[in-house]
Structures are given as C-alpha cells and as structure tokens.
Design a protein around this ligand. Structure first.
Ligand SMILES: *[C@@H]1O[C@H](CO)[C@@H](O)[C@H](O)[C@H]1NC(C)=O
Ligand SMILES: *[C@@H]1O[C@H](CO)[C@@H](O)[C@H](O)[C@H]1NC(C)=O
Length: 458
C-alpha cells in the first residue's frame, strides 16, 4: 500500500520530468562547440530522387513493380519514375550541396543500375559510370561521399527467388557489394551496408504494405532481418579481408529508432521497447554477447510454443553466425526522428502472429507535442539526446554517425518549425557529445524533395 501511494505520489510530482514538454527546445549542457572534424551533411536515396527508372540499361526493382502494378498502395498514386530527376540533373544537386556548405553527402546506389537482374552476369557499365561521375564531382568540391549500398530498391529478379527471405540473398548481396568496393572503394571511405532494415522488413515482408508486398507477419519479417544481419557481416568480413588493407574505409549499418518515455518511469518497458526497435539489429552487431536480445528470444519463443510450433519464429543466431556477426561494424548509423510514450496494453495488440503481438506494447504521444506535417513526427529533441546516451551505455560507446533526422511540412518558405527542430536536435547531439557520447557526424534528411515511398509526395 505504501509503495502504491509512493508510486502515485511520484507520478503526480515526477510526471513533468519523465515526459518531454514537446515545446521543441533543449537547453545547452556544456560548451557550445562541436569537436574538430565533426561532419555535417544531408542525405538522399537512389529510388527517391533519381528518376530515369528504365534509362541506360537499368533493370526493374521491387519499387518500380509496386508503383506500376499497385499504384493504389501509394497515398497520392505517384511514383519515382522521374522524382527529382537526379540521374539527369545531378549538377543541380551538386550546386545545392555546395550552397549548403556540407561536409558530406549520404546517397545510395541503385543495385538494378549496376546489376539490372541483380546478378553479376548483367553488369551494366553505364550504371557504374553514373556513380563514378557523382563521386568524382563530390570529391572535386571537397564533399565526402557516404554510400548506402542498399536502400530498398531490390532488383525484381531477386525478389522472384524470395528476396530477403531466401538465404541465397546473402551471396547475391555479397557479389553486388564487392562490385562497389572494386569500382568505388578507392574514393569512398564510408560504407553503409543497409538502411533501416526494420522499416523495410516489417511492412515489406510482414504487413504487406511496402515493397515487395509480402504478407507474412511474425515470420517473413524476422527472416528478412536475420538475412540482413548475415549479409551485412559477410560484406564486412569480405571488405576487411580483401579491400580494407588498401582502401582503409569504415563500414556500418544504419538503424532507425524511436526513443521511449513512460508516465510511470517503467524503465523495464522503455528498455524492452528499445530492444525491439534498435536492439533487434544492434545487439547482434554491437553488444558484448551478440545474437538477438534476450527479451526477443524469450517473447517470440514463448509465443511460438503457444501457437503450437516446435520452434521459434525468430531464427536462431547461435553458434558460428553469432560470432561472425558480432563486432562486424566500425560505427553505428542512427536515424532518429521522434519519440513515443510506451504503455503496457490491456488487450493483446496486433495480428496473431506478428511483430506487434510479440512486442506487445502500446505507443502513444502527448497532444501537447509539436507536430510536423507527418502524423508520426513530433519534435522531441530530448529523445535524440537520450537515444545517443542509451547507445553509449548499451554498446560500449561505439562510434555513432547520425545518418538521418528531419522535419516535414507543406513546403512553406517560412519554415520556422523546421528551424526549431534543427536547432534543438543539433543541441541534443551536442549535449550527448558533451556527456561522453562518441558521435562523429550529423545528417539531415533530405537534400531535396524525395518520393517518400508509400506516402508519395504528400
Ligand atoms: C581531423 O582530420 C585531420 C585530417 O583528416 C586529421 O589529421 C586530424 O587528426 C583530425 N583531428 C581529430 C581531432 O580527429
Ligand atoms: C526512474 O527510475 C530509475 C530506475 O529505477 C531511477 O534511476 C530514476 O531516478 C527514476 N526517475 C525519476 C524521474 O523518478
């Protein structure tokens, strides 16, 4: 009874400090100066800006298929056939980059431009030439290229074999990645193997709302994530063994994560949410013990037994794979946009089976939080700072590159809220650095208007 009274009392007095105010500002907690060599830049991805979807020998990707065969899946029925036309107009992008005085530009390479069928037998020199041009012009202007190897545009032919759910994917990915190291590795010194696997595997191979529209929740999504971990590690070891001695670059994976707060200061719930968003990939690569987080192994194993299965829907990473994946990165790319309040649900949530059902946590927001045009996006700079501190404590202060943050609006020129967002998020990064976090770069999404997948141009 006493503890209940204390909890209620603690809730009443502590409530304000447990949940961010949502007014999109953050006080400085230390010197207002970034470390030397800290890198500022902007990001894009191939399918979202390039257009020229079938030019110069490029093959179709699962996104070309989605927008052409199922345009109703995109909110405004638009597509990336032309997008910002960057394949033809890169010089305009370059002017914008120079105008912004960025240190780095993060962009992705389109796999079906390099290997139109996904396979090395279809190698397309014109695709290689395009990215050589981009990289050379960036370097000639003092802008460091940061290359995302895979940002969602899987060659259609590989999807016909099951895409990420087929373990054969690992060999295809490795051959593609090696082609990039061979052609560009003399000049590209920062490689990102995959962008946001969760944002791709869960809707793409689970919920069926994102290319390649596979509906296999709680099964296909976990297979996809597991094959991404294996492909990532294979590419890392290949690079370290065969290319690093001459090329001396760094490699990591970019993960997105919300940060979480709790009205009741339920720290176990906050940690659990972070394990489901970030730990599901980061634990295998960056933790001391490796493999999937224990809470996921336990939850998904238990639910699988309850469903009458003889083994867990979460593939096992025990044994050789676990050792092979652990430590397979030089840095962690973090995409951090916003935060949520986590709450234990009264009823089971999500489909049975599904990641949502396994996760079993409600996510809510505070009505007072400043909202962007996107309904999922609120300005919570505290979450940026707190996520970086969590990464510092959870993953032995691994080097972190913030590879995306950003704010949506109606395109108005007086974008005061974007200024507030940028100021406060950059302050969040600086506060984290002043508190010992090993953060080396900050990237804004995006350089130019992009085709935002199922949100189209809305
Ligand atoms: C900054 O970069 C320069 C050039 O790459 C290097 O010589 C120097 O050691 C770096 N400084 C720090 C503090 O990392
Ligand atoms: C929340 O709980 C943690 C762990 O029990 C504790 O260290 C922290 O001080 C608490 N925070 C607040 C604001 O009560």
């Amino acid at each position: 009874m006493l503890s209940l009274i204390l909890t209620i009392f603690g809730f009443l007095v502590g409530c304000e400090s447990l949940i961010p105010s949502g007014n999109c500002s953050l006080p400085a907690k230390g010197p207002r100066k970034f470390p030397p060599n800290f890198s500022f830049g902007v990001a894009t991805a191939a399918y979202q800006i390039e257009g020229s979807w079938n030019a110069d020998g490029k093959g179709p990707s699962i996104w070309d298929d989605l927008v052409h065969n199922n345009p109703e899946k995109v909110e405004d029925g638009t597509n990336g056939d032309t997008a910002a036309d960057s394949y033809r107009l890169f010089d305009l992008d370059l002017q914008a980059l120079k105008y912004l005085k960025v240190n780095h530009y993060r962009f992705s390479i389109s796999w079906p431009r390099i290997f139109p069928t996904g396979d090395i037998s279809s190698r397309n020199q014109k695709g290689i030439d395009y990215y050589n041009m981009v990289i050379n012009k960036l370097l000639a202007n003092g802008i460091k290229p940061i290359v995302t190897i895979f940002h969602y545009d899987l060659p259609s032919e590989i999807q016909k074999l099951g895409g990420f759910t087929n373990a054969l994917f690992i060999d295809y990915y490795l051959t593609y990645a090696e082609e990039l190291f061979k052609n560009f590795g003399d000049r590209v010194k920062t490689w990102i193997t995959f962008n946001e696997p969760m944002k791709f595997c869960k809707p793409g191979y689970g919920e069926g709302t994102f290319a390649p529209l596979v509906t296999s929740s709680g099964i296909g999504d976990y297979l996809c994530l597991t094959n991404i971990l294996k492909s990532h590690a294979a590419a890392y070891h290949l690079y370290r063994g065969r290319y690093f001695p001459r090329q001396r670059g760094k490699m990591g994976m970019t993960l997105d994560s919300l940060y979480f707060y709790s009205h009741l200061n339920d720290t176990e719930l906050i940690d659990r949410s972070l394990q489901y968003y970030l730990g599901i990939m980061a634990h295998a690569i960056h933790s001391k013990s490796g493999g999937f987080p224990k809470v996921l192994i336990d939850d998904i194993g238990r639910n699988s037994m309850r469903e009458g299965r003889s083994k867990s829907r979460l593939p096992s990473l025990e044994g050789e794979w676990k050792k092979y994946i652990r430590g397979s990165a030089d840095f962690l790319g973090i995409n951090q946009y916003t935060s949520r309040i986590a709450r234990r649900p009264l009823q089971p949530i999500g489909k049975n089976p599904s990641m949502d059902r396994d996760y079993d946590t409600e996510e809510i927001i505070d009505e007072k939080w400043l909202q962007a045009k996107s309904d999922w996006l609120h300005c919570i700079p505290e979450g940026m700072e707190d996520l970086l501190k969590y990464v510092r404590d959870e993953y032995d202060n691994v080097e972190v590159f913030v590879t995306e943050t950003g704010w949506s609006d109606n395109g108005e020129l007086n974008d005061d809220n974007r200024i507030l967002y940028l100021k406060s998020y950059i302050q969040g990064v600086l506060n984290a650095i002043n508190d010992g976090c090993n953060v080396v770069g900050y990237t804004y999404w995006s350089l130019i208007d992009t085709f935002e997948w199922i949100f189209g141009y809305t």
